[in-house]
Write a protein that binds this ligand. Structure first.
Ligand code: VGL
Ligand code: ZN
Length: 208
């Protein structure tokens, strides 16, 4: 069972969004081609889905500016602009994404007291989202991961997938992903490779 995990391909992470990732919208057509290739038995999408008062928002920390380091739950936390607030246009999937092909949506980031970069569990690793059980129940053997942003939610999802899904091949599709910070993207590639995640291109996935 081959599964494609599309991480946070949302309005908020594309140009004009509240936490725009440079070139974020460029991956939408790549994601649609991967879906249309017919190579996947299961398409799953994660959706960053924050309450308006989420603790990762700089607006919740008096005097703080977005992209400053702060703390959340006693741990260092990058403070973000308000983004992907539940029920707002910013939280919707990109309008050109083929959402009709998505079999399962995994929302995350609902708990205001902790951030959740990974689609599998909160950053403090205390609470699971349920996605690992879902994929295990579907008997997934290969999981290809792409989306936004490479250096945050895609990396965290891929590394958790590697740690939590025994015996499943995990691959990161680099050209179907974009990151916030180039140095962070380079670091993400190193961390994923070190964890045993294969780095591939969309062409590799479509060809076989
Ligand atoms: C993300 C920062 C905050 C992401 C989500 O999807 O990579 N990054 N929330
Ligand atoms: Zn977020």
């Amino acid at each position: 069972m081959k599964c494609l995990l599309l991480v946070d391909i949302q309005v908020g992470f594309c140009t004009g969004g509240h936490l725009a990732v440079p070139g974020g919208e460029e991956i939408v057509s790549v994601a649609n081609r991967l879906i249309a290739s017919g190579g996947y038995d299961l398409i799953v999408a994660s959706q960053d889905w924050h309450p308006a008062d989420h603790g990762s928002f700089a607006s919740q920390h008096p005097g703080a500016q977005p992209f400053e380091m702060g703390t959340l739950g006693g741990k260092p936390q990058m403070l973000w602009p308000d983004h992907c607030v539940q029920g707002t246009p910013d939280a919707e999937f990109h309008p050109d994404l083929n959402v009709s092909a998505i079999d399962h949506v995994q929302r995350k980031g609902l708990d205001r007291t902790v951030d959740s970069y990974s689609a599998f569990r909160d950053n403090d690793q205390a609470a699971l989202t349920g996605l690992s059980d879902y994929l295990s129940a579907k008997a997934v053997t290969t999981l290809d991961i792409c989306g936004l942003a490479t250096d945050y939610c895609v990396k965290a999802s891929a590394i958790d997938a590697r740690a939590m899904l025994d015996g499943v091949a995990i691959r990161f599709i680099s050209d179907a992903s974009r990151g916030i910070d180039p140095a962070g993207v380079a670091q993400a590639h190193r961390e994923m490779q070190a964890a045993g995640i294969e780095i591939v291109t969309a062409a590799d996935c479509i060809d076989n």
